[in-house]
Design a binder for this molecule. Sequence first.
Ligand code: GDP
Length: 139
Amino acid sequence: MSTNRTFTMIKPDAVENGHIGAILEKITAAGFKIVAMKYTQLSLRDAQEFYGVHRERPFFGELVEFMTRGPIVSAILEKENAVEDFRALIGATNPADAAEGTIRKMFATSIGENAVHGSDSDENAALEGSFHFAGREIY
Ligand code: GDP
């Protein structure tokens, strides 16, 4: 059964480039309700754990360095079919392959610095949401 929540981060590149407001506008205009949100910075350990599944990939070091270099916005979003609909809204991992109008097409600069994260399954959405938020921070 699919759940109605997903987890997202506005990544350091998009924060640095001043896109927080525009990205949140796209997210809410697409019908997602923000049920948790914070402005924070990942530690090295946080990023290594969050992206642990990619530990053996050649880009792991680059990914961790990028994700820790500045603040991010993390959020839990609610909408029917949230995981799938949010992945459609953000577009392909590589902005060069992302569809017109998607968040990555509009705001990302490269496959690594791709503006936003979106959970890829209901299971990961729940794990990632609880990695970033305590129960009392979720509304
Ligand atoms: P996603 O689910 O679309 O975010 O993509 P993945 O789970 O495959 O990768 C996780 C994140 O790792 C991506 O969002 C990128 O930030 C980064 N990443 C993926 N592939 C590459 C790559 O080839 N090079 C670099 N530098 N980063 C990558």
